[in-house]
Design a protein around this ligand. Structure first.
Ligand code: SAM
Length: 368
């Protein structure tokens, strides 16, 4: 009884403070001289982008955006140029051995994806989106870096796609905006978060687009997906739960650095690996997987990818090739501040002049 009383009279340390302390310890080692500027950006106002709703009246919205000097960063970084284009040189792979990345042509982005941002250093904010004449919202406000995993997934017409951890649905909405998915399965373990996703789809996508044969919404534990539906999808997005670094240093609500959630936080890398392995197994041989987090942590990023590739090979005899993404870095360097030193994958570092991210992403190609 005495102990309890003592414990409750202890001043409560805010979870945001615990988060910052933990990040100071690990990221000052991991990022070195880049941590102070990244830390500052994380604590300052995040920058948003407006993903245009292609199902609505886009020409009017584009005119308005251009009038306000916002620009479509997807268009500016389009990779339709041949890979040999000297203005877009391919950089040498950064790692060697088993995990040496496969060079890939710059991504061929669907012309339907349009996402406007204000230029570097400009912190103007977008107004909340309004409904257009079709009663659909004209744009969806999101962290522009969240679009990168969707862009590199490189969905082509006729593809079947699985979004394994989809809620609240920003990336699912972008996948639908490409208008390339023959079929999209959207899954999340949380039914309450899935209801947010349904609301978003309702506000942005006409009903005739999400007929049951084209869009399936499910609520399963994604760790077991690969056991149920193996070798099925052309593209799989595994956007896992993580320490959501920006949220964790700013918001007390639902903070994973709360002392009560220590075990859950410690188990994240294991959960992330299980989800990625499951996503790999759900992919067809010849298909691709994108893994992403909104954390800077190596333990949740590179280590998870390396471990999942190993598990896929030793336990499931599945061979994967890492896809080189340096072209993406080159194409979008006007908009984002890339770290450029990850062993595998790419990381967008928040910076005051381009305050997007953090966003880590890595692409794997399933060989067999
Ligand atoms: N992709 C989403 C977007 O762009 O809006 C964000 C996904 S969020 C980073 C991670 C999601 O994973 C959460 O919605 C969470 O409910 C879900 N999740 C956690 N554990 C899961 C599991 N075992 N299987 C499937 N989803 C899970």
């Amino acid at each position: 009884i005495y102990k309890k009383k003592w414990a409750s009279s202890q001043p409560r340390v805010p979870s945001t403070r615990l988060a910052l302390h933990s990040m100071d310890m690990s990221y000052s080692l991991q990022l070195g001289e880049l941590w102070p500027s990244t830390r500052l950006a994380l604590l300052c106002q995040q920058k948003y982008a407006a993903l245009l709703n292609g199902f609505g009246d886009v020409s009017k919205t584009i005119r308005e955006m251009e009038g306000r000097r916002a620009r479509d960063f997807v268009y500016e970084g389009r990779g339709d140029r041949p890979a040999s284009d000297p203005s877009c040189p391919a950089r040498p792979p950064v790692i060697s051995g088993d995990m040496a990345p496969e060079m890939e042509h710059p991504i061929a982005v669907s012309p339907n994806l349009k996402c406007f941002t204000f230029p570097r250093g400009d912190i103007t904010r977008f107004k909340p989106a309004r409904p257009d004449s079709l009663r659909l919202l004209e744009y969806y406000l999101m962290d522009a870096a969240s679009l990168l995993p969707v862009l590199i997934l490189d969905v082509q017409p006729g593809h079947t796609v699985l979004d394994l951890c989809a809620a609240p649905g920003g990336k699912s909405l972008a996948l639908l905006q490409t208008e390339c998915c023959r079929h999209l399965t959207v899954n999340d373990i949380s039914s309450s978060r899935l209801s947010r996703l349904r609301k978003i789809l309702h506000s942005y996508v006409p009903k005739n687009i999400y007929t049951e044969d084209r869009l399936r919404i499910t609520s399963f534990d994604g760790r077991y997906w690969g056991e149920v539906e193996r070798n099925t999808f052309d593209r799989v997005l595994v956007d896992v739960p993580c320490t959501t670094d920006r949220h964790s240093v700013l918001e007390e609500d639902n903070n994973i650095f709360s002392r009560l959630r220590l075990r859950e936080r410690q188990r994240l890398p294991l959960l992330q690996t299980q989800l990625l392995v499951s996503g790999i197994l759900a992919t067809k041989p010849g298909g691709s997987i994108v893994y992403s987090t909104c954390s800077l942590s190596q333990l949740q990023n590179e280590y998870v990818v390396e471990r999942a590739v190993q598990v896929a090979k030793t336990e499931h005899n599945v061979e994967l090739r890492l896809v080189d993404l340096t072209a993406v870095q080159t194409l979008y360097s006007d908009t984002f501040n890339f770290y450029g030193r990850c062993r595998v994958g790419e990381l967008v570092l928040p910076h005051l002049t381009a305050n997007f991210g953090p966003m880590y992403f890595c692409k794997l190609h399933r060989v067999h």
